[in-house]
Each structure stands twice: as structure tokens, then as C-alpha cells.
Design a protein around this ligand. Sequence first.
Ligand SMILES: Nc1ncnc2c1ncn2[C@@H]1O[C@H](COP(=O)(O)OP(=O)(O)OP(=O)(O)O)[C@@H](O)[C@H]1O
Ligand SMILES: [Mg+2]
Length: 363
Amino acid sequence: MRPGGDAIWAALPVPAIVLDAGNRIARANPAAEAFVMRSEQALGGRPLADCLTLEAPLDEALARARRDRAPLFVNDVAVGAGGRAPVQCSLQIAPLAGQTGHMIVLISPREMARRVSQGLSVRTASRSAIGMAEMLAHEIKNPLAGITGAAQLLSMNLDREARELTDLIVSESRRIVGLLAQVEEFGNVGAPHRQAVNLHDVLDRARRSAMVGVAAHMRITDFYDPSLPLALGDADQLVQVFLNLITNAAEAAFAAGGTITLRSYYEQALRVRRAGGEGGAGTALPLQVEVIDDGPGLPPEIAAQVFEPFVSGRDNGTGLGLALAAQIVAAHDGWITVHSVPGNTVFRVSLPRAPANREREEG
Ligand SMILES: Nc1ncnc2c1ncn2[C@@H]1O[C@H](COP(=O)(O)OP(=O)(O)OP(=O)(O)O)[C@@H](O)[C@H]1O
Ligand SMILES: [Mg+2]
């Protein structure tokens, strides 16, 4: 039995609205009702502009689509509804066959595209910040070595109390040198050597090295999709990514410890639009790995910037762990996102799969 139009209309997961010739709402599907936060009945007969706040008025686009009798795509408009904050959406407008003047409007929130472009700006921002930090690191290292040496010389002729101070100079200088080394290392991450890799092996390496160090007080469980295909990636660099995520989760955990879950799964349909639209259809990123913890969650004041370098919510944190992870994932044409509420923080890394001919056997 073929499903009827009403069933399809109701099942459409995208907000869809039918406008009459006067741009008043004739129909709204359940997704649109949820989006506007009003029932179809309450919306019926009202001008579109009463129900949605649009950054740019649609009248012109609607008139054009009607005149040309052709669908029209409106990219990147902020659409608000009810009391809700506007979200970036793309709109598809198309004339409804057989009903003169009637138009259908599909509203797709641009969550994904937005995240991707945010990722890109993070990349460029981190590149310039890192360039500057590297220059500074270079400039600081030499005088610092001089200061350390001088303090060590001084300490030879000092009594114990004064020597504590010179020791402090030496140990703090060492700490700075360590930090500078980290900055330099960050700037030196090479292009990935991408091969077919089993992400579960990568995760197990990261887990093992975390368990003997920072995450010794944590429980780490896994939830692997055993049929996960191979990824196209640089195993060593990806170990670094997951190790950084596990490390953060362990450092954020309450003193009593907590649970970190490593989860993998395959998602058929995820495609990323490339910046500038090159490559047309975009890259498919079907492999998903999540590092989930039940700790306190991202500090709200830095939540929006955690992937930027030098943003840290910890005493003594350099704020490079996630910036490095984001840089590596971006070099893999992948993407990394986070969703965090107290008790449930999920970092998700999405990666492309290896081309079939690079896979030896499955998984
Ligand atoms: N799983 C998590 N739970 C809670 N907060 C987190 C989590 N992961 C990251 N954060 C927050 O994000 C900040 C930035 O993390 P990032 O790894 O970039 O830097 P860092 O851990 O502070 O320093 P570094 O990794 O360079 O030693 C952390 O300081 C912490 O406040
Ligand atoms: Mg970190």
C-alpha cells in the first residue's frame, strides 16, 4: 500500500508550511508546529510574517518563485519563532503543483553547516594565534636559559633560605620551558599520513596510555560497533586526539573518579559541505567516535571557545589539548563537536572511511 499524502506530510521531519496566494499560512506540518510552537489551527490564515520573524523579508523571494514557477533556495537567514532566539536556516520555496499561487516553504535549520564553518574559523584563528606564540616561545627561550643559569650560579654562595628562592626561579623557569615546548610542538604537527586504520585499535592505545597516567582513577568502558569500517587516518595523530579527550574527561572528573565511555558507530548519511562549495556533494563522514564522561561538564563561560588555543578552565591548563585535537581532526577532513551538560559531556569526532580498496578485510 502506498502511503498517502497526509501521512507523508505528517512524517516530514523538516518544518514545512504551505502559503496561499496572499502569503497566509494554509497548512503547517507537525515539524513546523513544533518549530513555531503553535498548532496548525492557530497558524491557519495568518500572514507568514506574523508567525515567523525573518531577518530578511521573504516577499520578494516568494514573488520571484511564483513568477518563474520554479523552486528557490534562500541560504542562511535567521528565523525566529515565538519567544525563541533566531536560528540560522536555509529555506526552500517551491510552487505547489495544481494550486495557483500556493507555495510550499521548507525550513532547514543550518546547525551542521554552521558548525562546520565555525570549525573553519577556529582553524584560521588558531593558526594565527599559534604563529605568534611560536615566535614568542622562540624569543623567550634564550633569555630564560640565561636566567636559569644565573640563578644556579647565585645559589652556590647563598644560605639555605635564600637558596629556596633561587630554586624557585629555576623550577618555575623549567615550567615555562615545558610550556614553550608544548607550544612549539603544537605548531609542528605535520600533515597526517593517512592510511586505513581501525579506530578501535586507536582507541585502545589511547585508553591504555591514559589508564597508566591521568585516568588511573577513572573507569573506562567501551561501546564499540563491531562492524565499524576502517577510517582514513593517521593512527598516531588520532591516538593523540582521543588521548587528549580522555585526559580532559579525567581531569574534569570529581575527585571520586567517574566513568568515561568510548563509543563508536556508523552513520550512513552524514555529509559535510565543503567551504566554498568545492567538491560539490561534500565529504561523507560516516565514522563516529564519542568520548563521553559523567563529570561536571564544560564551564559555561568558556564552553563556546574550548577548541580555541589557550582557552582553559583549569588551573595550570595551557588550553592546547582541544585546539590540537581540532587541528588534527580538521587535517583529516573530519570534524569535532561537543555537547555538554553537567553529568553528560560528549565529544564527538566524525571521520571519513577508508576507500574500499584500502581495506584489507573488514574491521
Ligand atoms: N570532558 C570535559 N569536561 C569538562 N570540562 C572540559 C572537558 N574537556 C575540556 N574541558 C574544559 O575545556 C578546557 C580546555 O581544554 P583543553 O584540553 O583545550 O585545555 P586544558 O586541558 O586546559 O590544557 P592542556 O590540554 O593544554 O593541558 C579545559 O580546561 C576544561 O575547562
Ligand atoms: Mg586538556
